[in-house]
Design a protein around this ligand. Sequence first.
Ligand code: C5P
Length: 226
Amino acid sequence: MSGVPVITVDGPSGAGKGAISYMLAKHLGWHLLDSGALYRVTGQACLIEGVSWDDHPAVSEVARHLDVVFSAASNGEILVAYKGVDVSGDIRTEEGGRGASTVAAIPAVRAALLQRQHEFKRLPGLVADGRDMGTVVFCDANLKLFLTASATERAQRRYEQLIAKGQNVNLPRLLEDIKERDARDSSREISPLVPAEDAIVIDSSATPINDVFAQVMLEVKKKGFI
Ligand code: C5P
């Protein structure tokens, strides 16, 4: 796997990782790994197959045989298909997030998805978006970023996104969900959400996304990628 540059972008949900990773991959012309989507599809596949998220051996089996295909829509959006059926919308719901974070705490699920994540590391380079990209999956990455923002700010952003999509959402409930998911992701025994020791931490609470991207690009330049 050597010789392929990797930039990891980790952090809690709603910190802007998805947008920054997408902008970065597009700007550099590199591949993009949305590792959260793999956990989300695993949770969704369990619902489809009638497997309870608490049945660890059965969930792990689903992860080991996950028939998932990523493709890019003409507008650049990433489409995700499970067994040939588009599940892009289903996996992005609040329930999709809960399922992902529940199955992601199962060690055998993380092990099953590791090799798939490594397969995204191809020339000319990879931007990997997730929780443990810099600490576990690509610990030899050339540049590690950790994006964060206050829970209140992340809930507000999520609220605006969902309202724009026409979904009926409640802000206090979203904030509770975010705090619950943060607690589950940060306290789990395997691959908890923590910045890598050599990560550059960027707090985007009071910073517009374009300014965060400019800050990220400075780090990318320092590494000589552009
Ligand atoms: O990034 P996204 O919100 O799509 O991730 C959904 C869930 O998947 C996270 O809350 C986390 O529990 C899990 N996840 C993970 N490791 C990753 C990416 C996501 O545990 N690398």
